[in-house]
Design a protein around this ligand. Sequence first.
Ligand SMILES: Nc1ncnc2c1ncn2[C@@H]1O[C@H](COP(=O)(O)OP(=O)(O)O)[C@@H](O)[C@H]1O
Ligand SMILES: [Mg+2]
Length: 364
Amino acid sequence: MASITLDRIDKRYPNGYVAARGLSLPIADGELLVLVGPSGSGKSTVLRMIAGLERPTSGTIVIGERDVTHLPPQERDIAMVFQSYALYPHMTVRENMAFGLRLRKQPDETVARRVAEVAEALGLGPLLERKPAQLSGGQRQRVALGRAIVREPKAFLFDEPLSNLDAQLRVETRAELARLHRRLSATMVYVTHDQVEAMTLGTRVAVLKDGMLQQVAPPMELYRRPQNQFVASFIGSPSMNFVRGTIERDNGRARFVADGFTLAVMDSLATRAGPVVLGVRPHDIALDGAHEGGPRGVVSLVEPLGSEQIVYVTTPGGHDLVAMVTSDFAPRVDEPVALRIAPSAVHFFDPQSGARILAAGATY
Ligand SMILES: Nc1ncnc2c1ncn2[C@@H]1O[C@H](COP(=O)(O)OP(=O)(O)O)[C@@H](O)[C@H]1O
Ligand SMILES: [Mg+2]
């Protein structure tokens, strides 16, 4: 296996569209890096440049020790696993897995040994004589992966490989892929638009928007310390709430004030007095019926999910907030509730740039 380094990559398509800008991203040997972003953010473009199917307009791509920027795909030794797994329907699983090695004129014993090893590792042994039509979606996915693994590539690239599967199978195959990654210690770059998939799979997650990297970090770091408002809203479900307002200083204390919404915040924020965007995750809002101080609102909708419920609350100033609370408390539509938000749980962003605002003395 090998590391992959993207260094200041720009990609302008012939029609002038810029799909990647100044993208620098080192991917360690054996890492599972997830590239996540909304549709059209440039994820497939980046993957295709690593595979050699697209040339960057500028910048370099290094795989292992070798600069591959100008090498064709077949000289890069990379396996790309697409969403449509394209197995040969008339061949058995065994023949499908052996195909690439036979094409490379490997001796029969080598082919038989590699296929047996990989089939064993992927639990495909009992399926070797079946044709693709006799397999489930998840099994086909595994065969496609096996076919790539027997070639012993330097890295695996996945472009939304699970999006054809139904919800339950997607969760199973995702877990299987994570286990497989641990077993193989293979370098993998995995593209998805699904933030849950990104969070659950990635050792690190790179968030892409408009061809630009927004943040690269382990999943929980993205969740706890999003570096800008885009990452904050993209990662986490339901999405983070945002309220525009002002940090006011009052005798060394600090509070956040918006129309009909006042909240005590960390006093270290007094140095950042001025307009801000407050962010608070639905899980960081607790609700109760008491009314002493703090922000209040009226319940507009309750969505029970079982152990938890999503409660939509409208504040007097017309801000709509989403709270995710346990099912112990039973708020009713049109009833007033108090919102409890811990000062340590809120995030602040610059209203112009969207960048995370750091409290004085904070280490992040
Ligand atoms: N061959 C092409 N020519 C021009 N524009 C393209 C081409 N391929 C992709 N794009 C554009 O580049 C942007 C990024 O595309 P893509 O990498 O496929 O995004 P993603 O995989 O994140 O959905 C999109 O706006 C897309 O329309
Ligand atoms: Mg894509």
